[in-house]
Design a protein. Structure first.
Length: 484
């Protein structure tokens, strides 16, 4: 069967049930509507050619042989929200747009109830692989008191980006992470690779460095509620990075960063992370098993393949919030199909993102954060050996100013827009192409994906009721039904 394209704007919530019922009544896959129909459910899909999620056919079905069953009484964690990482390269990609075009893109990313509806922002402390160049906020060697600390560089691109987002969503929440301490604190005296020197004086200076970052941003109306010690502390790369040993993590959090943040009344606490591999469990446990270090931790930050760390961490601190802090960027140099010039930004990457969101949420995460919100058409990092073209939710072509909302944008949108802050993940069984949420308004949202090349009917059972939802080929959808 040939795929269908669903085109048109998202209707108001008040009109969703009527529109969906009409769609179901006109579908050859649905029975004729009864004389006095009781309108129950709506299905919103993002598929080929659809700029916004649009209604698709759904109709009541027999409550048997379901593709997926949701158990409303079996609740898991509440979702705090979805977010993305701010970067200099993101703002640079937006610069060619005229102000009205730029605002429209940002509206679809940050405005509550629209597009991605992102409510969290990850901030870099100094340079990352998506800065325009390498820099630190205190580059003078030996500046232990941070007398020359400055965020002047951030005011050129990063802070304007954040403020533009805040103008559309004043309630944005922020956490921060450094990719590298200032080079003079490292054994190789460089931004890339190297190790943090095991020196109490440098630990004290670096704690002050991070605290002053929080304070400087707070004065600008950008409150940072959690700050991580180091991005991927076992990674030594050709972009800003730094290796830390587990014992260093414990000492730094317990004796320096935690007390400094508290003593200076920054309002921020320590995010334990950000960890991208199971081997970094040693860092997490070194801190959490120390009764003097543990109270400074507000959340565990994990990304890429770091989710297995959550289990052991929560056995020590039950209920420890788990935040996903960076999405897989795709176009991997170590896999077949790598393109050294441009990212794919295709459905395959969107599908991987959808599945990673599902995996992290079922793994206990309360926050999910994508790595690249906006990039230009090349998507390249500043890796010194091989600039990595990475995928992003939005692509802006520098020359033509064409804005593309990639398939990943639409995959994430189904979660972040329709099962965002306050939604509670529910237990379910059946296909891995679905998961359900209880929303704050009492309705139930079931996230669905059809990865195939033909239309697919998915039967969803909730309690004693069931619905058949028709998803176009290679599409993402959300089924919204009344609560029990």
């Amino acid at each position: 069967m040939a795929p269908r394209d669903f085109l048109g704007p998202v209707p108001s919530i008040a009109g969703l049930l009527l529109l969906t019922s009409c769609a179901a009544g006109n579908s050859p896959h649905a029975p004729a509507p009864p004389a006095s129909p009781r309108l129950e459910a709506t299905l919103l899909v993002s598929g080929p050619g659809a700029a916004e999620p649009v209604p698709a056919p759904v109709h009541p079905a027999e409550a048997r042989a379901a593709s997926f069953e949701v158990f409303p009484a079996l609740k898991r964690q509440a979702i705090a929200g979805f977010g993305g990482a701010f970067s200099e390269k993101g703002w640079e990609a937006l610069r060619p747009l005229v102000p009205e075009e730029r605002k429209e893109v940002l509206r679809r990313i940050f405005a509550p109830g629209e597009g991605l509806s992102l409510g969290f922002g990850r901030l870099p402390v100094g340079s990352t692989d998506y800065s325009l160049s390498r820099y630190a906020l205190a580059e003078s060697p030996g500046d232990l008191r941070m007398e020359r600390f400055s965020i002047a560089r951030d005011e050129q691109a990063l802070i304007p980006y954040v403020r533009a987002a805040q103008a559309l969503n004043p309630g944005l929440r922020f956490f921060a992470s450094a990719f590298s301490p200032p080079p003079w604190m490292k054994d190789n005296r460089a931004f890339d690779s190297g190790r943090m020197r095991d020196d109490p004086a440098l630990y004290g200076a670096y704690a002050l460095y991070l605290a002053k970052f929080v304070e400087a941003y707070r004065t600008l109306g950008i409150p940072v509620e959690a700050i991580a010690v180091q991005n991927e502390p076992y990674a030594e790369t050709h972009y800003p990075s730094c290796r830390w040993e587990p014992a260093q993590f414990r000492t730094f959090v317990r004796d320096h960063l935690g007390p400094t943040l508290a003593r200076r009344n920054t309002g921020a606490k320590v995010m334990l992370g950000t960890f991208n591999a199971p081997e970094e469990e040693a860092h997490a446990l070194a801190v959490l098993q120390d009764p003097s270090a543990r109270p400074f931790v507000v959340a565990l930050g994990v990304q890429w393949d770091g989710l297995p760390i959550a289990g052991p961490a929560r056995r020590i601190v039950p209920g420890l919030p788990v935040w996903h802090t960076e999405g897989d960027c795709g176009n991997h140099a170590w896999e077949r199909g790598f393109d050294p010039e441009r990212p794919q930004n295709d459905f395959a990457y969107a599908l991987e993102t959808w599945r990673r969101v599902r995996r992290y949420l079922y793994g206990g995460a309360e926050v999910y954060t994508i790595r690249n919100i906006v990039l230009d058409e090349t998507g390249k990092s500043i890796d010194a050996e091989r600039p990595w073209p990475q995928n992003s939710a939005v692509v802006v072509d520098k020359k033509t100013r064409k804005v593309t909302y990639t398939p990943m944008f639409h995959a994430l949108e189904q979660f972040s827009r329709f099962a965002g802050p306050g939604a509670v993940l529910l237990e379910g069984s059946g296909t891995n192409d679905a998961l359900g949420f209880l929303r704050p308004d009492g309705t139930i949202a079931v996230e669905l994906v059809n990865p195939g090349d033909v239309e697919r009917t998915m039967r969803v059972k909730i309690g004693g009721r069931a619905w058949d939802a028709l998803l176009p080929a290679r599409s993402f959808g959300t089924l919204i039904v009344p609560g029990a």
